[in-house]
Design a protein around this ligand. Sequence first.
Ligand SMILES: [Zn+2]
Length: 169
Amino acid sequence: MSTILKLVVFGCILTVATSSPCQLTTYSSRKITGHNGHSIRIDSGFLGSMQMMHAAARYCNLTVKVTSSFRKQGQPVPGSIVTPATHSNHLVGRAIDMNVVTPLGWCNSKCLQARKDKYAVCFIDGLKRGGLRWGGDFTKIDPVHLDDNYYNKFPTSWLELFKQHQTNC
Ligand SMILES: [Zn+2]
C-alpha cells in the first residue's frame, strides 16, 4: 500500500509516493475473491500457492470465496469454530480460509468436510497433490483452511516473517 504526499516546493506541486513498511501483497483473481469485502492479504512468498489455487479452481470449475487471510495476532476470527493455532500460518500471510461455489452450489465448512461435492473434492485434492495442506486433515479439523505448512518447514523464516508482518502491517 502506498500513500501519496503532495508537497509544495518553490511554487510547484510535487506528488511523491511513499511506500508503507507493510510488505503484504493484496491478491484477487477471476476465480478467487474476498468474501463480504474481505481484502486478501498474503506474504509475497505465498503468491505461487494462490496461483496454484487459481489454476485448480479453473480446472475444477469453481470459484473461491476467501473469508480470512493474513491476521494480526489476537484478532478474533469471525464465525470460527476452531481455536487459532499459536503458530498459525495466517499470522505470516501464508494461509487462507475459504468456501467454494461450485455448479452444485455454495460449499461451506460442513460441505467441504463431507466431500460429497465432486468439484470441491477435485479442488482440495488437487491442491494437496500440489503440496498445500488442507485443514480437513488436521487433528482439530478445519475444512475451510489451506496453507503451505510454512511453520513446520521453515520455523526460522516463519519467525522472521512473523516479526516483519506483525510489526509493519
Ligand atoms: Zn485458517
